[in-house]
Design a protein around this ligand. Structure first.
Ligand code: TXA
Ligand code: MG
Length: 353
């Protein structure tokens, strides 16, 4: 049986968190909110508890987990040889949506790191997450709280769809803030490598560390990683069951070609009797009169687009349409994270105009 516990992040009920923390301490699983997406947590130092995460999600065992901490000194429980460049990022961004790959400390179970000698660590900026970790008196290993391959959950309803009956507790603290998962950076390479774009942008990272950052093609969501640089990238992600075509533009300052191409593709499918939905920006929504539309948000506020993205991908399947067509966004700032998710969700089914 899964227990659902509502916790208001603006008026936290400490007793409720204490109850959830006791589940972690006993080796159980607790889904908790973070500022990015919901996480499926267990005691990072209890291998049997960590294995429950993989089982609940159907996650391949070689795909490592992020360790979540609540205090800076907890970093020394999980990592060694933290480089100066990591400290610069930590001081500026934590608590916040940045995960850093570091050398792992011996005591971290291999179940957490998928057998790697590195560990992914982050301090989330969510009062419920921080208090849960604190009251659990340990570090919490947690992937996103979705079934493997599904879009990450940005609300407790999404978690319930995927994991009800498969975890001990689901904390419901409403919709998450950023809506896409944390940025992941590997500071052990020279220059540092972006493994996953997220709410902390490459531009911000560069300005903090003062040096360039390597952006591999897989971080853009283009193609797969050959080796296990970031083991997660080799698995299918965010995939709605509805086929998704992503239409990208070479020039986002003039959207006319993007819009006319999408209309053409949509009409083509509609003429074959298929039900089509278009994922559009607020700026172009009026161009698609007569079509089913999901508005992702404004091109001038990519935070809005990111926040609605996974919910919209989940909606596709609920609508029961045959095909979805999504507009692309400019790959600047948060746009890189959005395009990474959209390209993967499309299964690299991309049209460029
Ligand atoms: O925002 C987030 O990061 C959310 C919340 C819950 O914190 N978590 C999350 O976890 O997105 P997950 O497991 O869905 O994604 C973690 C990614 C995976 O692609 C995994 O392969 C990668 O991090 N990863 C974990 N440890 C790694 C390591 N040592 N080296 C390289 N990549 C690693
Ligand atoms: Mg995930």
């Amino acid at each position: 049986m899964t227990k659902i516990v509502k916790i208001n992040p603006l008026n936290i009920d400490d007793d409720a968190i204490r109850m959830c923390a006791s589940v972690i301490k006993r080796g159980g699983t607790v889904v908790f909110p973070t500022e990015t997406v919901y996480g499926l947590g267990a005691d990072a130092f209890n291998p049997r508890a960590v294995l429950k995460i993989f089982e609940a999600k159907n996650r391949p065992p070689d795909n490592p987990l992020i360790v979540h901490i609540a205090r800076f000194d907890q970093l020394y429980d999980v990592a060694v040889d933290v480089p100066e460049i990591a400290w610069r990022l930590i001081k500026r961004v934590w608590p916040g949506p940045l995960t850093i790959i570091l050398r792992k400390k011996k005591g971290v179970p291999k179940e957490v790191t998928g057998g790697l000698d590195t560990v992914a660590v982050r301090m989330p900026a969510h009062p419920v997450a921080l208090k849960l970790i604190e009251f659990s008196e340990t570090s919490i290993a947690a992937p996103s709280a979705n079934l493997s391959g599904r879009p990450s959950p940005t609300s407790a309803e999404h978690v319930i769809q995927d994991l009800y009956g498969r975890v001990d507790v689901i904390i419901d603290s409403g919709k998450t803030l950023f809506g896409v998962e944390s940025t992941i950076i590997n500071v052990l390479t020279d220059p540092p490598t972006l493994l996953r774009p997220g709410p902390i942008t490459v531009e911000q990272i560069k300005s903090i560390i003062g040096i360039d950052v390597k952006i591999p093609v897989f971080a853009k969501g283009l193609g797969e990683a050959k080796e296990a640089i970031s083991p997660g990238v080799k698995y299918r992600h965010y995939a709605p069951k509805t086929p998704l075509i992503l239409v990208e533009s070479n020039n986002y300052s003039d959207l006319s070609k993007l819009v006319s191409t999408i209309k053409k593709i949509a009409l083509d499918y509609a003429s074959k009797g298929m039900k089509v939905v278009i994922l559009a920006s607020r700026e172009t929504v009026n161009s698609y009169k007569g079509f089913n539309i999901i508005v992702l948000g404004s091109r001038n506020n990519l935070y809005e687009v990111a926040r609605n993205l996974f919910e919209s991908l989940r909606k596709l399947d609920e609508l029961g349409v045959d095909i979805a067509i999504a507009e692309g966004f400019e790959e600047k700032g948060l746009g890189l994270a959005i395009m990474n998710r959209l390209r993967k969700a499309s299964g690299f089914n991309v049209v460029r105009v």
